[in-house]
Design a protein around this ligand. Structure first.
Ligand SMILES: [Zn+2]
Ligand SMILES: [Zn+2]
Length: 140
């Protein structure tokens, strides 16, 4: 269902639905944790061995521009990507040692109308919030 609605969104934005883009979306839908571009590339290679990392990266940027994908910075020196599911607003807990991520259901801005707290001519579209620490395994 998510997949179909993204495809619809892409076609209304006149974005070509290449097989590679479809595969990229499927990978992101299946992913249990936000993935680095390199990890997405490795998964793409299984189906499209001749694909370049550049192509994957460019497609990710495009999907990000269309607000279909969110780019996340977990302070690892690389970005990670996940689908932007508007119905599923969440933040992340990030383990500083293993890089594991967990969804954090609480949002620090919940119940706050952020647009009331910023200058009138500023329109807020999104926000970021990550919590860093060490997971149980990495603390042992
Ligand atoms: Zn850990
Ligand atoms: Zn939030």
């Amino acid at each position: 269902m998510i997949y179909e609605s993204i495809l619809e969104q892409l076609s209304t934005q006149k974005c070509k639905l290449t097989l590679q883009r479809r595969e990229l979306l499927k990978i992101l839908i299946r992913a249990k944790t936000p993935l680095a571009a390199r990890e997405i590339y490795d998964r793409m290679m299984k189906k499209y061995p001749s694909m370049s990392f550049d192509t994957v990266y460019r497609n990710l940027s495009l999907l990000q521009d269309l607000h279909i994908v969110n780019r996340l910075d977990f302070q690892e020196g690389r970005s990670r990507y996940e689908l932007n599911r508007t119905q599923d607003h969440h933040h992340h807990l990030v383990c500083l040692k293993c890089g594991g991520t967990w969804k954090l259901r609480a949002c620090p801005l919940e119940g706050i109308n952020i647009n009331n707290t910023v200058p009138e001519d500023f329109k807020v579209t999104t926000h970021r919030f990550e919590v860093f620490g060490y997971c149980r395994q990495c603390r042992q």
